[in-house]
Design a binder for this molecule. Structure first.
Ligand SMILES: NC(=O)C1=CN([C@@H]2O[C@H](COP(=O)(O)OP(=O)(O)OC[C@H]3O[C@@H](n4cnc5c(N)ncnc54)[C@H](OP(=O)(O)O)[C@@H]3O)[C@@H](O)[C@H]2O)C=CC1
Ligand SMILES: O=C1O[C@H](COP(=O)(O)O)[C@@H](O)[C@H](O)[C@H]1O
Length: 520
């Protein structure tokens, strides 16, 4: 898609600001500071913010965990993990390290130890006095979900959670990692626990897909283009397909994944968030609550998949051995720490219906899977066919429907499939793509989702975080399917080979209602 010369960035040559206003001073406290998530995602994101010169002087990073580290040995470990997990960033930005390292301290304690939280409070108060952190606190719960309650409770008891009165100055916020519960009951219980200690507007439930540029672009693309909105409904759209395909398998996370499965891991959160952005009504403003109000409305309008529908509208799969990028990979059941009889889903496909005015009669298909043929997250909006009068004359096989494809990753961008006449004597219609990619149109690095979300949490912008009712609405849709699975035998597993697009039943699910997946 041709984008005008200055790529919509204001004056030609001007780069858009990375943050809308300067980040505030604060203490960032990471619970689970020695864990995988901290090393792989949080520290690279914070270091990248530092390297771009966006982290203000008065920010301290306090790593909280049990292991026996000094401040210095913890910094050394973070440096090594930056080299390992963010090699390009590290190569480009090593000179920012001394500045960054100076901010980092290690706080050693078990979550069960209330004294450890008292000491934490004293330490934070001291930083406020000596380091200018201004009383602002951003807690990050990067710990196993089994420890959430303990940490929340300890924060409450240590007086670390509540603000002074109703003012948000200084701020205290908590970012909560996924999984947010394992079904509706546990998600509600976690909400209750959190809200017994924090107010809702202090709670930032993270879904890192919302931090991806292209996911945010769904919103802008829909509501900033007069062209699309009139067509964005069941009168013109035939079906919507959301694909979240990964080539990775369960990796080293079998302990978590084998009890969760793909439906919980990827559909409850990421896929339903994407769906709600595609299907929501225009919000009254870009404010967090206006946006979330509309997302909740869509989630609540989705027809629950219950009882018999679980057989007809849901496919579960598990990968067998296969090949990814020419390399042999093992079956799910042969992955480290996976039980040999496991019936955990590594793939799921669903057909959903949104029972509202805009979407009545339009099937929404979701499929999410690990060890698929390609790493690809995309949304295909498939339009209705043109009326049949000229169909066969324009092409013997029929004219292909228009499709808008929003590529979340990789090769981030948006394309539109149109029909056009190829050169020559005959009047024929063949499909052509108009394509917009971030790389060529904006020529700018796309920020990692965690960077965006950490900056938003520091700024107090919760629009890209999920609200209590949103998470509960998501679980309200997923839980009946989990219940039905408990009560029915799993299909014969494994039922798809690694490196493919999932079980045949997923194709049938779509074919049964006269559609087909738009495989790339
Ligand atoms: N890893 C990933 O890619 C992703 C993870 N997540 C979520 O992030 C969270 C963390 O995951 P991950 O980093 O993989 O987990 P890890 O198991 O790698 O790390 C757990 C961390 O919690 C600390 N910890 C555990 N129990 C205690 C305790 N009783 N007292 C003090 N510290 C404790 C550990 O400290 P110590 O080392 O001292 O024992 C360690 O720092 C989970 O909720 C996970 O679901 C979400 C998306 C992706
Ligand atoms: O939340 C999760 O997401 C990752 C996929 O994230 P991506 O940004 O690489 O697409 C997934 O592998 C993991 O199982 C899940 O917990």
């Amino acid at each position: 898609m041709a984008i005008n010369e200055n790529n919509g960035q204001g004056k030609p040559g001007e780069k858009p600001p990375l943050v809308e206003r300067p980040l505030p001073p604060c203490n960032i406290i990471i619970f689970g500071a020695t864990g995988d998530l901290t090393h792989r995602k949080l520290i690279p994101a914070l270091f990248s913010i530092e390297a771009q010169g966006l982290l203000p002087e008065h920010v301290k990073i306090i790593g909280f965990a049990r292991r026996d580290y000094s401040d210095q040995s913890y910094r050394d470990e973070l440096k090594a993990s930056l080299e390992e997990f963010a090699p390009d960033l590290w190569k480009e930005s090593q000179d920012a390290w001394p500045r960054f390292a100076h901010r980092v301290v290690f706080h050693r304690s078990d979550f069960d130890n209330s004294q450890g939280f008292q000491w934490l409070k004293e330490r934070l108060d001291k930083f406020d006095e000596t380091e200018g952190t201004g009383g602002n606190r951003l807690f990050y719960l990067a710990t196993p979900p089994s420890t959430y309650s303990t940490v929340i409770d300890q924060l409450g008891k240590a007086g670390l959670a509540k603000r002074d009165g109703e003012t948000n100055n200084p701020f205290i916020r908590i970012i909560v990692e996924k999984p947010f519960g394992s079904d509706l009951t546990t998600a509600r219980a976690l909400n209750t626990e959190l809200k017994s200690v924090f107010d809702e507007d202090q709670i930032y439930r993270i879904d890192h897909y919302l931090g991806k540029e292209t996911v945010q672009n769904i919103f802008v693309f829909r509501f900033a283009n007069a062209l699309f909105e009139p067509l964005w409904n069941g009168k013109y759209i035939d079906n919507v397909q959301v694909t979240v395909a990964e080539t990775v398998g369960v990796e080293q996370r079998a302990g978590y994944f084998d009890t969760a499965g793909e439906l919980r891991d990827m559909v409850q959160s990421h896929a339903l968030q994407i769906l709600s952005l595609v299907a929501m009504e225009p919000p009254n403003s870009l404010g967090a609550n206006d946006v979330r109000d509309e997302k909740v409305k869509v989630l609540r309008a989705i027809k629950p998949v219950v009882g018999k529908d679980c057989q007809e509208c849901v496919v579960r799969g598990q990968y067998g051995a296969g090949q990814i990028n020419g390399k042999d990979v093992p079956a799910y059941r042969d992955e480290p720490n996976v039980p040999k009889e496991s019936v955990t889903d590594s793939f799921v496909a669903l057909k959903m219906e949104i029972e509202n005015w805009r979407w009545s009669g339009v099937p929404f298909f979701i499929r999410a899977g690990k060890r698929m043929g390609q790493r690809l997250t995309e949304i295909n909006i498939v339009f209705k066919e043109i009326p049949p009068i000229l169909l066969k004359q324009l092409s013997p096989t029929g004219v292909e429907p228009n499709v808008i494809t929003i590529r979340v990753q990789p090769n981030e961008g948006i394309s539109m499939r149109l029909s056009a006449k190829p050169p020559g004597a005959q009047t024929r219609a063949v499909p052509v793509d108009m394509n917009f990619t971030y790389g060529t149109s904006f020529g700018q690095r796309i920020h990692d989702a965690y960077e965006r979300l950490l900056m938003d949490a520091m700024l107090g912008d919760a629009a890209l975080f999920t609200r209590d009712d949103e998470v509960e609405a998501e679980w309200g849709l997923i839980t009946p399917i989990l219940e039905a699975w408990k009560n029915t035998p799993a299909p014969d597993l494994p039922n798809y080979a690694a490196g493919t697009w999932g079980p045949e039943a997923a194709n049938k699910l779509v074919a049964d209602v006269g559609r087909k997946w738009l495989d790339r």
